[in-house]
Design a protein around this ligand. Structure first.
Ligand code: SAM
Length: 275
């Protein structure tokens, strides 16, 4: 495993209507560690419609409270300077020529990443974000699509970047997501994980908690590369926050199944083939 801590070295098909919702969101790192309440609680992965409604509401109300980014404090430049500088080296090392950044949010920090030589697709479930990004951020090699990570077919790319997203999903939604990512035929997944000694807890989708993807019930294999983000939110409580890279074929997931809260989720959620 190569740890890059210094960047310079290194469904359902519900009707597609978007409405304001009255739900509230608790988002961390601003919310309680290990099981923040979410907007809804379902035994199965949330529907496309519910997800879109909730995250549109968050976007419109800037519920996560970012000063410069509606994607939240974790997407401010102060929290992303390391990954901005580290990503180009990762692209070169793993020969990344095409990438899907899902969710891309408002592209606030990603606009500063050197994407020369990379065909970039940014995607999000909130159409308003995508409309805004298309108007302000699209370039010759940068385009934006409205896609749902759980329910839409994803393009086959060299790299799927999924930052600060699975931390908002319940275990069942994570399992659906991984199955959808595997179905895309893409090569690598770069996603948020926490590298400290943490216990994973289930939440309702829409809440937040740190996820340690190498720990039970996920037990993903050691990543190919880790970029420590240097997160200093909450007085360093999440200093182990990282982006980690896996070859997608190395991550096995269970078939999507309904999870009721009394079930042993360890029997259902992602399992890994260890190399
Ligand atoms: C905390 S933001 C992170 C955005 C970006 N990755 C970043 O690092 O700035 C989470 C984003 O996930 C999006 N999202 C939530 N569920 C989604 C889904 N099922 N498909 C695609 N995007 C989703 C939200 O709209 C929101 O923009």
């Amino acid at each position: 495993m190569d740890t890059t801590s210094q960047p310079d070295t290194g469904a359902d098909d519900a009707p597609d209507t978007t409405t304001n919702s009255t739900v509230t969101c608790t988002h961390a790192p601003g919310s309680a560690d290990g099981g923040a309440p979410g907007q809804w609680s379902t035994p199965a992965a949330a529907s496309r419609q519910v997800m879109r409604t909730v995250f549109t509401d968050i976007y419109r109300n800037n519920t996560w409270g970012g000063l410069h980014s509606v994607s939240g404090p974790g997407s401010e430049l102060a929290q992303t300077d390391r990954i901005i500088r580290a990503l180009p080296a990762l692209f070169r090392r793993f020969n990344i020529r095409s990438m899907l950044d899902i969710p891309c949010g408002d592209f606030h920090w990603m606009q500063w990443v050197d994407l020369a030589g990379v065909d970039y697709i940014g995607a999000d479930i909130v159409p308003e974000i995508i409309d805004h990004n298309r108007t302000d951020r699209a370039t010759r090699n940068v385009r934006f699509e409205s896609l749902d990570l759980l329910h839409d077919p994803l393009p086959a790319v060299d790299l799927i970047l999924c930052r600060d997203c699975l931390v908002h999903f319940d275990f069942d939604a994570i399992a659906h997501t991984l199955d959808n990512i595997r179905a895309s035929g893409s090569r690598y997944l770069l996603t948020t994980t926490f590298t400290g000694d943490r216990t994973n807890s289930d939440i309702s989708t829409g809440g937040w908690r740190p996820l340690a993807l190498e720990s039970p019930p996920f037990r993903w294999p050691p990543p190919l590369q880790i970029i420590q983000e240097g997160c200093h939110e909450k007085g360093g409580a999440y200093a182990d926050k990282a982006l980690a890279l896996w070859r997608i074929e190395d991550i096995e997931t269970a078939q999507p199944q309904r999870i009721d809260r009394g079930f042993d989720v360890a029997d259902l959620v992602p399992r890994c083939r260890r190399r």
